[in-house]
Ligand binder design. Structure first.
Ligand code: FES
Length: 197
């Protein structure tokens, strides 16, 4: 990520308090700028679901947690972000309608999410596995007409705020949406489907 043409001050990450469901205890990470979660070895190998408290997330912010050794993002999208997702021409996207198997059925919709404003995705580029940067301001320099999105510094792949990959870049698929559901209004469980929740 260090090669990204990014003003780091623009990126805002929120420290998240997370816990392992069914695990022996709760581990809260408090790393400035980038939240991280350190599950027990047993939980890691079991691929335990991760419960995330989103009480403190603010519009435009991104929380990063770890699930099955992968970074998972939770982004609180603003009304403008949602508007810009809708404004992108399908011709500019490789899989505008999420036809590929990159999300559960409940996220195969316009915003690729259960709730319009809350986007959950695996933060791994679908080209060769680098970690894209979240640009919450100034994405216009990368994609005209878009204030925010995800940019992979390794080979320049670009994704919109629904994780849809733009045309003309090396990545061939949209960002993956992991199984997840809302335990309640302020808690998401990553790693399990929850029916209609
Ligand atoms: S790994 Fe992201 S563009 Fe190649």
């Amino acid at each position: 990520m260090s090669n990204a043409p990014v003003d780091n001050s623009r990126r805002r990450f929120l420290t998240a308090a997370t816990s392992v469901v069914g695990g022996a205890g709760v581990v809260a990470a408090a790393v400035p700028f980038i939240a991280s979660w350190n599950p027990s070895t047993r939980a890691k190998s079991a691929g335990a679901p991760v419960e995330v408290d989103i009480t403190k997330i603010e519009p435009g912010q991104l929380i990063r947690v770890e699930w099955r050794s992968k970074p998972v993002w939770i982004v609180y999208r603003t009304p403008k972000m949602l508007e810009q997702i809708s404004s992108i021409s399908e011709d500019n996207l490789k899989d505008a309608n999420s036809t590929a198997d990159q999300q559960p059925e409940y996220a195969r919709n316009a915003y690729r999410s259960k709730k319009e404003e809350i986007f959950v995705a695996v933060g791994i580029c679908t080209h060769l596995g680098c970690s894209p940067s979240y640009l919450s301001d100034g994405y216009q320099e990368i994609v005209e007409g878009q204030d925010s999105g995800f940019y992979c510094p390794c080979h320049g792949s670009k994704f919109d705020m629904a994780g849809r990959v733009f045309s003309g870049v090396p990545a061939g698929a949209n960002l993956q949406v992991p199984p997840h559901y809302f335990v309640n209004d302020t808690t998401i469980l990553i790693g399990e489907d929850g029916g209609a929740a």
